[in-house]
Write a protein that binds this ligand. Sequence first.
Ligand code: ZN
Length: 270
Amino acid sequence: MKLSGSRVKARLIAVAAAVVLGLAAVVYHLADYAAGTGVLILAYHRVGDFDSEYAVPVGEFSAQMDYLQHKGYHSITLDQLAEAIETGAGLPPRAVVITFDDGYWDNLTNAYPIVAARGFVMTVFVVPEYIGRYYDFLTWPQVAELVATGRVTIGSHTMDHQPLAELAPGQQAAELVDSKRAIELATGLPCRHFAYPFGSFSQDTLSILAGAGYRTACTGITGLNWQKTSLLLLRRTNIVKSRWGMWDFRARIFYSEVKFAGEKLLSQIF
Ligand SMILES: [Zn+2]
């Protein structure tokens, strides 16, 4: 039987559509599987109507927290995540850690009320040298206010927002140890969590962090976290001002899920 040109074309289109749909189904299931087994860490900077790519408007942030709640996400602390990775302790399904880098004042005035209203908890990585020096950042009394809520963990983001990989080991140690001490003095609580400024670290950084008594460190590497993720190399999903509303947020989480599922499958094969 000879097919006409247009029929061949129609069949090709049908086959291509089936392949695309099949692939989409596989990717969708991979993401779903990932969401069920990996822990999501969201990385924010500012919440408010500021002229910066890193500022998520209040309405948008609120809608994102609503989305997490409706999707059945459970907000956990970095200590809970560390405990789960260290001991194999169970975590609630769809666990999420909400983090903020740099310690902007709007983390208290804009982000915190929205997080707390949903029963969530959050972590703020502060830069001690910025505190009380620059207007855009939290003051120590504001940091204390966050701590007093019992819903906020304060972590370190170095003393002066330095790209650690570019520093000599001695300087790296000073950034890590001094910031930890400054935060502990101000909050009266141990400071055990860290986020790498600019996502920058070297092999030295990892041993200095561990030696200084840090329990976890958040990178800028995309993905989810599970039993085999190093606690000093936690994966995050960076959230910036959206271009397409909630689709942007969902797409970023979806990408982390698919990347994680792919890596996890590969690690099980090889
Ligand atoms: Zn930063």
